[in-house]
Design a protein around this ligand. Structure first.
Ligand code: SAM
Length: 413
């Protein structure tokens, strides 16, 4: 959250389109928070006046080929990511960040400088994924690009230097009210996408359902290997943005033949909408395919409000009971630490609630399904460029039918 007034150290925005005023209830995108201000140029205003950006996220396929078991990597050209030391520093591991707009600062070690008002700007060194591990693959910055009218100039110089298979292009916003957070790109989606890309065998040929998909980033990357991905969320405006992102990246999914279907799936409703008049509603064929073939469910960064978390878990359970096959849900969550006046200490209530929901699911007895929960080791390779912070976690929920013990005639008698 940010308060309203423009910061004094921000360089004066040159194009009028770049003037963004943050309101007190604005949620800022973590992923783009630390990128140079001059590059935050929007492509248009959305229907409700929110600035809309286009970002390209570099895909480090060469990292995948080093670790991948070999399945379906061949569609993507090997790409050697440039090992660049970003001229501008970024920092974020606990959401704390202070950065002057214009000066370049070394990322080697701690650096500090004064802004034009004489306030201290502290730049923290990005943390390694774990204390025992180095920083991981080379990372450079995510720069939102201006979308131009000329089709082949959509991504600017950086994209032209990369091949089309080396970037995923995502249209998104950077600052929204809470109800529109799905239009931002969240680290949890990038983390989940990393897992998908590093475990391609697992997704090969599958039918996948993503809940709360937001911009659709994880769904798009899942569809580079999966057969069908149901990419779901709520709100026609968000789903339309998601649909545009799928079109922007059709070259990535076309090679493997993966199909993405954007549909409305509201966790607060028991049933899927089949009214053909409603945008992104379901056809009977889609529903039958969904229930008949889905074996993987995904959800990234959807555990920030306890009521919604409850609704999401209820939806997971309801869907699991309707699916014909055993399934696995893969959930990414960022453990956000907050200092609360109520507790007078740092807590992570939304995360704690998420964990208690997992426990409750595992303890369910008496039904026809069994839920087993397992944390995923976060050491899978980083194939996208973002801050892989320690607070990012991935959890798997295995759903299997409860099998009655087979009682032989001998034992029974
Ligand atoms: C923080 S965003 C995460 C979006 C995306 N998964 C990502 O990581 O970038 C939370 C998402 O949950 C969705 N959501 C919130 N309430 C929902 C509901 N009742 N039914 C379905 N999706 C919902 C939002 O629209 C939003 O896309």
């Amino acid at each position: 959250m940010v308060d309203g007034e423009p910061r004094p150290w921000l360089p004066s925005p040159s194009p009028a389109m770049d003037e963004i005023t943050f309101k007190s209830d604005t949620v800022l995108s973590d992923v783009h928070l630390h990128t140079p201000n001059q590059r935050h140029l929007m492509v248009r205003l959305s229907g409700v006046g929110q600035p809309v950006f286009l970002s390209q996220f570099k895909l480090l396929w060469n990292q995948a080929s080093q670790t991948d078991s070999g399945a379906e990597g061949g569609n993507h050209r090997a790409h050697h990511a440039e090992v660049t030391s970003p001229a501008r520093s970024s920092c974020s591991s606990e959401g704390v960040s202070l950065q002057a707009g214009a000066d370049a600062t070394s990322q080697e070690g701690m650096a500090a400088q004064l802004d034009e008002d004489g306030d201290l700007d502290v730049v923290r060194r990005p943390r390694a994924a774990s204390p025992s591990k180095p920083l991981g693959p080379p990372r450079d910055k995510v720069h939102p690009m201006i979308l131009t009218q000329e089709e082949d100039d959509v991504l600017g110089d950086e994209a032209r230097e990369s091949g089309p298979y080396d970037v995923i292009k995502i249209e998104h916003t950077m600052a929204t009210p809470l109800e529109d957070v799905g239009k931002q790109v969240w680290r949890g989606a990038l983390f989940l996408a990393d897992y998908i890309l590093s475990q391609r065998d697992l997704f090969q040929g599958r039918t996948v359902l993503e809940l709360g998909a937001g911009t659709g980033l994880a769904s798009i990357l899942a569809a580079t290997v999966a057969q069908t991905v149901y990419c779901t969320d709520v709100g026609a405006d968000l789903l339309a943005m998601c649909q545009r992102n799928i079109a922007l990246n059709s070259h990535l999914t076309a090679a493997g033949g993966g199909v993405i279907k954007v549909k409305e799936l509201d966790w607060l409703k028991d049933d899927l909408c089949t009214d053909p008049e409603v945008p992104f509603s379901w056809s009977e064929e889609d529903i039958s395919d969904l229930y008949g073939h889905t074996t993987i469910l995904l959800a990234a960064e959807v555990f920030y409000d306890d009521d919604l978390t409850d609704a999401l878990f209820k939806t997971l359970s309801r869907l699991a009971h309707r699916l014909k096959n055993a399934s696995t849900a893969i959930l990414s969550v960022e453990k956000r630490l907050n200092f609360t006046l109520r507790h007078l200490e740092v807590t992570c209530e939304a995360y704690d609630h998420f964990r208690s929901c997992l426990r409750r699911l595992e303890e369910l007895t008496g039904g026809r399904l069994r839920f087993a929960v397992e944390p995923v080791d976060a050491s899978f390779p980083q194939l996208l460029v973002y801050e892989r912070i320690q607070q990012l976690e991935l959890w798997k929920v295995f759903v299997e039918p409860v099998t009655e013990p087979i009682v032989s005639a001998d034992t029974a008698s």
